[in-house]
Design a protein around this ligand. Structure first.
Ligand code: ARG
Length: 461
C-alpha cells in the first residue's frame, strides 16, 4: 500500500538533494567542543540517574576526551555523509567506544535541546572576547582624549558648525556609546546564561536526569523552566545579533567622521601608515580603508540581525528546522567583529590629530554666538532679547566680513547698549568651552570628571 511505499522510501535514506540541503557541518562544526562538553555533562547525568555504570561512565568520559583531542588535532572531521555536528560526533564517538556504549549517550536528550544549549555556550564565549576588544577600543579613545586634554574642535549639529567643544569631549562621546554596548553584552549574558539541556525534543525527558547539574557542568547558571521555550526560543541569539549590529553602527558613526576628518577639506587627522592603504595608480593616496570597511560591515551586521528576525517571525512552537538558519548569520556577526575590532582599535590608537587646524576652524561660522546670548542672559537680559541682539551682531559681522570678536566697540554699542566691550571675553573658543562647566558639559573641568566616570563605569562592567 501507499504507506509502505512511503516507508520504503524512508528506508532508502535521504536523497542526495535533501542531504545537500540539510547539511550544516560546514558551519556547525565549530560547535564541536561545546557539543562534547555537553556530552560529558549528559553522561554524568545518565550515570547519576543509574543509566550508566561507574565503569561505563569512565569509558565514556575517556572516549569523549579522546574525541575532543582528535577533533582539535583535525584527525576527526565531519564525514561527507554527516548531516550535522551532533550526528557526526556521535558516529565518531561510536568509532572510539564501540556501538554498545556509544549508543547509550543519546538517551534523554535531543539535538533540539543540544543545539539550543550549544549556541548559547558559543555566543557567551565570543561575547566575552568581543567585550574585551570593546574595552581596548574604549581605552584607545580615552587615551586619545587624555592626550589632547585642551584641544578644541568645531562641534557640529546638522554637520554645520554649532559650538566649539573639546576634542576629548567628542571622542568620549563615542566611548560612552561603546560602553553602553559593553553594558549590553554584560546584561545579555545574564539571559544567555541558561541551559535548555534536559528539554529533550520539546516536552522534557522521562528519565529523571538532573538538568541543573548538567547546567552547572557547562558553566551555565540556570536551566530553562519550560522545555518548549527551551528548545524553540532564539531571542537570545537575536539579541546578540542586535548588540553586534549596534556595535557595528557605533563604529560606523565614528568611521564616517574619521573619513571626513581625513579629507583635505577637513584636515583634522592623519592616519598611520600601518592602518591606511594606498592606491595602485595614484601614488599620493592614503585611504581610510579600515573606517570604510567598518562602515560597510555595519550593513552586513544589520543584515544578519534582520535576516534572523525574519527567520524567527511566525515560527510556531516548538522546534522547526528553520531554526538551523540562526547560526550562519550570528557566526558571521561574531567573526566580523572579531576581525574588525582589533584593526579599528589600532587605527584609533594611532590617529594623529591636527589640533591647530581644529582650533583654527572652531570659531568659524559664528559658532560663539550662543556664548554671546548666554553672556547677555547672565547680565539679566531676557533670552528672547539676547537672541535678537546676538542675531543682529551676527548679521553685522557677516555683512562686514568680520568675526564676532572683530566687530568694533561703536558697532557693538550701536546694536545694543548691552553689548559692552567685555563681551569679547566669551568670544574666544577657550572662554567658550571653559564656560560650559555644568554637568556633562565640554569645559575641561567637566570633561575631567566625565573621564573619571567613564573609567569607573568601564572598570565595573
Ligand atoms: N542542526 C539543527 C539546528 O541547527 C539541530 C538538529 C535538530 N534537527 C532536527 N531535525 N530536529 O537547529
Amino acid at each position: 500500500n501507499e504507506g509502505s511505499l512511503w516507508g520504503g522510501r524512508f528506508a532508502s535514506g535521504p536523497s542526495p538533494e535533501l542531504a545537500k540541503l540539510s547539511k550544516s557541518t560546514h558551519f556547525d562544526w565549530q560547535l564541536a567542543p561545546y557539543d562534547i562538553a555537553g556530552s560529558r555533562a549528559h553522561a554524568r547525568a545518565l550515570h547519576a540517574a543509574g543509566y550508566l555504570s561507574a565503569a561505563e561512565l569512565e569509558a565514556m568520559i575517556d572516549g569523549l576526551n579522546r574525541l575532543e583531542a582528535d577533533v582539535e588535532s583535525g584527525e576527526v572531521v565531519a564525514a561527507e555523509t554527516d548531516e550535522d555536528v551532533h550526528g557526526a560526533l556521535e558516529a565518531a564517538l561510536i568509532e572510539i567506544v564501540g556501538p554498545e556504549l556509544g549508543g547509550k549517550l543519546r538517551a534523554g536528550r535531543s539535538r533540539n535541546d543540544q543545539i539550543a544549549t550549544l549556541v548559547r555556550m558559543y555566543l557567551r564565549d565570543h561575547a566575552a572576547a568581543i567585550a574585551t576588544e570593546l574595552v581596548h577600543l574604549i581605552d584607545a579613545l580615552a587615551a586619545q582624549a587624555e592626550a589632547h586634554g585642551d584641544a578644541i574642535m568645531p562641534g557640529r549639529t546638522h554637520l554645520q558648525h554649532a559650538q566649539p567643544v573639546l576634542l576629548a569631549h567628542h571622542l568620549l562621546a563615542h566611548a560612552w556609546a561603546l560602553t553602553r554596548d559593553l553594558d549590553r553584552l554584560v546584561d545579555w549574558d545574564g539571559r544567555a546564561d541558561v541551559s535548555p539541556y534536559g528539554s529533550g525534543a520539546l516536552a522534557g525527558s522521562t528519565l529523571g536526569l538532573d538538568a541543573a547539574s548538567v547546567a552547572q557542568d557547562l558553566g551555565l547558571a540556570g536551566i530553562s523552566e519550560n522545555s518548549i521555550d527551551g528548545t524553540a526560543s532564539r531571542d537570545v541569539v537575536a539579541e546578540f545579533a542586535f548588540i553586534a549590529a549596534m556595535i557595528g553602527i557605533d563604529l560606523s558613526r565614528l568611521s564616517e567622521e574619521i573619513i571626513l576628518w581625513n579629507t583635505r577639506e577637513f584636515g583634522f587627522v592623519t592616519l598611520d601608515d600601518g592602518y591606511s592603504t594606498g592606491s595602485s595608480i595614484m601614488p599620493q593616496k592614503k585611504n581610510p580603508d579600515i573606517a570604510e570597511l567598518a562602515r560597510g560591515k555595519s550593513g552586513r551586521l544589520i543584515g544578519n540581525l534582520t535576516g534572523l528576525l525574519a527567520t524567527l517571525k511566525a515560527l510556531p512552537l516548538a522546534y522547526n528546522r528553520d531554526l538551523q538558519e540562526d547560526k550562519e548569520p550570528v557566526f558571521d556577526s561574531v567573526e566580523t567583529l572579531e576581525v574588525l575590532l582589533p584593526a579599528f582599535t589600532g587605527m584609533v590608537a594611532t590617529l594623529r590629530f591636527d589640533t591647530a587646524r581644529m582650533a583654527e576652524l572652531a570659531p568659524q561660522g559664528f559658532s560663539l554666538a550662543t556664548d554671546v546670548a548666554e553672556w547677555l542672559v547672565k547680565r539679566h537680559v531676557p533670552f528672547r532679547d539676547a537672541h535678537e541682539i546676538t542675531g543682529a551682531l551676527v548679521r553685522y559681522a557677516e555683512e562686514h566680513g568680520l568675526d564676532l570678536h572683530e566687530v568694533p566697540d561703536d558697532a557693538l554699542a550701536g546694536i545694543s547698549p548691552h553689548l559692552v566691550p567685555e563681551v569679547r571675553e566669551v568670544l574666544t573658543i577657550e572662554g567658550s568651552v571653559a564656560s560650559r562647566d555644568g554637568v556633562a558639559g565640554t569645559a575641561p573641568s567637566s570633561v575631567a570628571k566625565q573621564f573619571t566616570a567613564l573609567t569607573e563605569r568601564v572598570r565595573t562592567l
